[in-house]
Design a protein around this ligand. Structure first.
Ligand code: ADP
Ligand code: MG
Length: 386
């Protein structure tokens, strides 16, 4: 398909209302586009920034037809938009990524099959659809992690299991839904690659990001990852191969594990910009959000050259303190730090584990960027990073 670029002033539809959508809106508006957001929760981060917002369910027929009528193209910032809603919209206007690609990214087993079909290694695993499947788990998969095939995020919908009995109990605890059990691998580090692929099939991979999680939630991203160049090149190539195999049009994030023996294993993917790509706003010529806008608008992809080393610190609701002693964090202390950029998402209610904002620390070296990240951590009462 050839790129047909939309003139400035055109409307882009956005399904989803979180911070990823908010940052998409910022990028769209900078290029002169307007955004109509659809999200069930009023006053969400994207709706606060969008040119217009509809506060309705994703499947609301009137809402979808309004988007189809007013917008020239649409995109998503949340992968669990029901497939039916995307398909109905896609029968009227172009939707990026296509509903079929989103469906793959909604399901862990479909993702693993896609990765394997691209000759990209995945963790040894088994699909668990009924209780008796747990009895057939091969001993080589234990200790393992049982994960729901759909709707898991930030470590939710997962249980570590060491025995078949534990796997059976955990499967019931997770609601008896389709799950995968995968071998717990010895991780040296975790990395991710964000790929932008345009309507004409041209594609660009951002530098590899190195990710540190705490309690299953991304805590810190280091850009570029501190891994050797050959491994980084392989990760970027595999992410591009996966996007090509899906004929994907949009922004795609592929998460990888780097194992203690130095090998690379694909974990999962997200059919949208990703938390590990936030530093691209300041650190790269074109951000992941601007790529999403360019793709929807049919513009050429932007240059993904990295201009600065960066470390991103996530700001979770936890920094407000516990429920019985909540206080506004000292934003002025963060704002005063050199080389740091504070982003807050406009969410009114801080909660444990809720992503409220992030801080990007820029520097010419990893050591200085990390030192700045630790100053941010100190100012916000976050445990220091190693
Ligand atoms: N097979 C595995 N071996 C070791 N650690 C794992 C494995 N699967 C997941 N993890 C850890 O759990 C985190 C969350 O798992 P993931 O599959 O990415 O789910 P989600 O991000 O959707 O919550 C990973 O980032 C990693 O730290
Ligand atoms: Mg993950």
């Amino acid at each position: 398909m050839a790129n047909v670029s939309l003139p400035p002033g055109s409307w882009l539809g956005l399904l989803g209302g979180g911070q990823l959508g908010r940052m998409f809106v910022h990028a769209a508006q900078r290029l002169g586009y307007r955004v109509l957001a659809l999200e069930p929760e009023a006053d969400c981060p994207a709706a606060q920034a969008a040119d217009a917002a509809i506060d309705a369910e994703y499947t609301d027929a009137a809402a979808l037809s309004e988007i189809a009528r007013r917008c020239a193209a649409a995109t998503i910032e949340f992968e669990n938009v029901p497939a039916a809603a995307l398909e109905s919209l896609a029968s009227h206007i172009p939707v990026f990524p296509a509903p079929a690609a989103v469906a793959v990214a909604q399901n862990r087993i479909a993702e693993k099959r896609l990765f394997a079909s691209c000759n990209v290694p995945v963790a040894p695993h088994r699909l668990i659809e009924r209780a008796t499947d747990t009895e057939r788990i091969d001993a080589s998969l234990l200790p393992g992690i049982l994960k729901t095939c759909t709707l898991g995020y930030d470590g939710l919908g997962q249980r570590r299991v060491a025995t078949i009995e534990a796997a059976k109990a955990a499967w019931h605890e997770l609601g008896g839904v389709a799950c995968v059990v995968e071998k717990q691998l010895p991780l040296a580090t975790e990395v991710s690659v964000i790929v932008a692929r345009a309507q004409d099939g041209s594609a660009a991979a951002f530098p590899v990001a190195e990710n540190q999680h705490r309690s299953g939630i991304l805590a810190l991203t280091i850009l570029p990852a501190r891994i050797d160049a050959e491994l980084a090149q392989r990760a970027r190539q595999w992410a591009l191969t996966i996007a090509g195999a899906l004929d994907y049009v949009g922004v795609l994030c592929v998460e990888f594990f780097v194992l203690s023996d130095g090998s690379l294993v694909a974990n999962e993917m997200a059919p949208r910009p990703h938390n590990s790509g936030h530093a691209t706003i300041e650190a790269c010529t074109t951000s992941q959000f601007e790529q999403q806008v360019r793709i929807a608008a049919g513009l050429p992809l932007g240059d993904v050259t990295q201009l600065s080393t960066a470390v991103m610190v996530n700001v979770l609701g936890d920094v407000w303190g516990r429920d019985d002693a909540m206080r506004e964090p000292d934003w002025a202390a963060v704002a005063a730090l050199p080389g740091t950029k504070l982003h807050l998402y406009g969410k009114r209610t801080p909660r444990h584990g809720r992503k409220m904002g992030h801080v990007t620390c820029l520097a010419t070296t990893h050591a200085t960027a990390l030192e700045r990240a630790n100053r941010v951590a100190l100012a916000l009462g976050i445990e220091p990073f190693g």
